[in-house]
Structure formats: C-alpha cells, structure tokens
Ligand binder design. Structure first.
Ligand code: DGL
Length: 282
C-alpha cells in the first residue's frame, strides 16, 4: 500500500475513519488489511480526547463536526472507529443529520458489528464489556447484544483511566498494571462465570498483552478491529450504491486536530509503520 500525501481530487471519495484519538488506528489497521484497494482518510480528534467521560451532547457535537469535516474532504462513507461516538452520536447523526446532507452519505459504527458475533465466543453465556464510562452508561452493548443473543448475560466495567494511559504512552507502565488489574478484578467479582471479554474501546487493544497477563487463560479477549473490517467488507458487498462511490488506489492520509508531529510518533506505535499527518482545525 502506498502512503500518498498529495491532495485528492474532490471527485474521489476516500473512506473516512474517525476516532477521538489514536484508538481508531487499531480498527484502521485491520480495515486496510482486509480492504486494501480503497483510499482512506483517518481523522483523530486528539485535541479533544478523551470523549469517554464527556456528556452525550458534547460527544454528539464533536463527532458530528468531525464527520462533517470528513464529508467536506470528499468522504461519502465514514466509519466511527470509536465506541463512545458510536454509542452516543451514531444514531442521532444517522437519523437527524444525514437526511439533511445533500448527496448519498453514510456513517457506520463499531458496536453493532461486535454485538452481532459475541455469542460465538462464549460457552458460559457470560460476556464482559470493558469500555469508557460513556459507552457503559449508554448501555448500547447491553441493548445490542440482547437483540442478537437474548440468552447472553452482559456485565460491564467502565475503565476511565485506560484511554489516558494509552494516549499518554503509559500503557506498559506500572500505572497501567494497577488500573488494568483493578478493573479486571471488579468485572470478575461482578460476574465470575465470564469467559469472553470484549475490548469495547478501540484504544484497549494496546493493553491486550497486559489484560491477558492478568486474566485466567480460559477467558477469551476479543478486540474489534477484525470484526469491524469483516463487517465493512460485507456492508460494501450489500451496498453497491455506496461501494461504487468509494475511490480505489490504496492511498491513505492522516489528520489530527492536535500536533501533526506528535500524531506521527504515536501512530507509528499503533500501526507499526511510519506515516505522515496533517493538522486540521475543527
Ligand atoms: N477509542 C474510543 C472508544 O472506542 C476512546 C474514547 C475516548 O476518547 O475516551 O470508545
């Protein structure tokens, strides 16, 4: 795949991938592996991260502004690679805002693709959700999983310190050990029969080794990147009217609302390769 940082024409419609910060890169990485033929724009709202402890109204407003920016840059399809934005803003954007935006535009989230397959990871029927306080309070996972697997019992644990640990490059520190152990213990105290845990925040895959280290080996730990990538592939097959709008070429561009050079340093950690990025004011 080429890393082209030249201006795309207004006719091209790269797929937009959005997150409050770097976490969405864990989803971006899997999407480009599964669908390398498309062009992509990644936007991280690093200036306003974290979203996880913000109100519904604020997350909705920030997310809508970023989605609008991606549409202005030519995207017709945007993936909210952020559980908090998917939980608090996706439905309002789909129902209230998209109908007023001229032209065919779509926004997808990460919760439904995850909820749809959760049942296949559990034998005991007890699934744990680790997420931001905002995602947990929205009950989006409880509601969505109930639709597909009514027999599955969902237990949630909010992990307010995990995103700041990852965003500040502290995910390998003794501080991370403390908070990961604390939240896992709390989850398993509430639901000792849990045998599958969803990392329901796109930042958390960076903590996956630590999480596994502090969990008994029979508990499956599921990150969302591959699930979302497969679901997007399926969506594009089922929606040729959107697929035809998505420009091909394997090009990708990165933007951040914060410092571009900081973004490049951090993105290399998430992606395992160097990228260039541009700054955007929202
Ligand atoms: N990656 C976002 C999520 O999946 C992080 C949320 C935050 O900004 O707190 O929820």
């Amino acid at each position: 795949m080429k890393n082209v940082y030249a201006d795309m024409t207004t006719e091209s419609a790269p797929i937009g991938i959005f997150d409050s910060g770097y976490g969405g890169l864990t989803v971006f990485k899997e999407i480009v592996k599964t669908l390398p033929q498309y062009n992509y724009i990644y936007l991280g709202d690093n200036a306003r991260v974290p979203y996880g402890n913000r109100s519904f109204e604020t997350v909705y407003r920030y997310t809508l502004e970023c989605v609008q920016k991606l549409f202005d840059m030519g995207c017709r399809l945007v993936v909210l690679a952020c559980n908090t934005a998917s939980a608090k803003a996706l439905r309002s954007i789909q129902q209230n805002d998209l109908p007023h935006i001229p032209g065919l535009h779509r926004v997808l989230g990460v919760i439904r693709p995850t909820a749809e397959v959760v049942g296949q990871y559990t034998q005991t029927g007890n699934v744990g959700i680790l997420a931001t306080p905002g995602t947990v309070a929205s009950e989006s996972y409880v509601i969505e999983i109930e639709k597909f697997f009514p027999e599955v019992k969902v237990t949630q644990e909010a992990c307010p310190m995990w995103v700041p640990l990852v965003e500040n490059n502290e995910y390998n520190s003794p501080g991370a050990d403390y908070f990961v152990k604390k939240n896992l213990r709390a989850l398993l105290q509430k639901a000792p029969d849990t045998d599958a845990i969803i990392l329901a925040c796109t930042h958390y895959p960076l903590l996956i080794e630590k999480i596994r280290q502090f969990l008994p080996p029979h508990i499956a730990v599921i990150s969302q990147g591959e699930l979302v990538a497969e679901s997007l592939k399926d969506y594009l097959t089922r929606h040729p009217e959107i697929e035809v709008l998505c420009s091909k070429g394997g090009e990708f561009k990165f933007y951040t609302t914060e410092s571009a050079s900081n973004f490049c340093t951090q993105a290399a950690i998430f992606l395992g390769y160097e990228v260039e990025a541009g700054h955007l004011d929202i």
